[in-house]
Ligand binder design. Sequence first.
Ligand code: PDD
Length: 284
Amino acid sequence: MSRVAYVDGVYRRHRDAAVHIEDRGYQFADGVYEVIAVRGGKLIDEVLHLVRLRRSLGELRIAGALADAPLKVVMREVVRRNGVVNGIVYLQITRGTAPRDHGFPKAARPILVVTAGCSRPANPKLVEEGISVITIPDIRWQRCDIKTIALVANVLGKQQAREAGAYEAWMVDAEGRVTEGTSTNAWIVTGDNLIVTRAADHSILDGVTRQALIAIIRREGYAFAERPFTVAEAKAAREAFLTSTTSDLLPIVAIDGQPIANGAPGLVSQKLRADYLAHVAEGG
Ligand code: PDD
């Protein structure tokens, strides 16, 4: 089956799909995106993704993008045309195409691109053995809550992690506190079994997986706090883990090469992963 992408109103062969060279996404990273998991043919936590998308568009003052109802139709059609049962939908909305000028163009209209692709669940080895992260300075701008396509700091961080043999890089603010991973949210479980993740202020993306997991944590009655934690506190934690649409929940067993507790995935992380996967199995 040849891949199909939706580009500005038209379904195209993926290999021929293109936007104009003066698309403001290309020139200014002037746009937003979402990555939604497809499991068993269903778009997981679609509503939460759409709420976040509208918020991102609002923060960038991009008006006139396709409304939720037709957008849902397009996403389903792209999933169907690509035969995706398990994978992801990627959607991107930029401010549009216009002669290059930093200020908002008067005539441009938003351009929507939607793609979908198959992917497998996380490598079981990563789940069984856990993953490692490194820590790096957070060099991003001060509105990381907006899911913009301006990701070059995240790109550099992820590459640094890979070159260090790690799965992810945790970014650290000027006070030595972890903000988040380059494409994931960061969590620890303290010595007295308190689950901790940073509050969703302007310094992190409020992950949809994070939101879904917080709902599960509250439902199950776990001790939980939304507050910053330092790298030192994370290294001394009982457990650590990360969450994202594409990674679900993965246990972290080493930070900067230093083992967390006994260096094996923790019980709370494993239980929360199972709870989260049950939520996904129900369609999110
Ligand atoms: N990344 N933090 C950052 C910086 C992210 O880019 C992401 C998602 C997350 C987790 O958000 P969610 O749970 O909604 O996936 C946190 C996506 C998956 C990506 O860029 O591919």
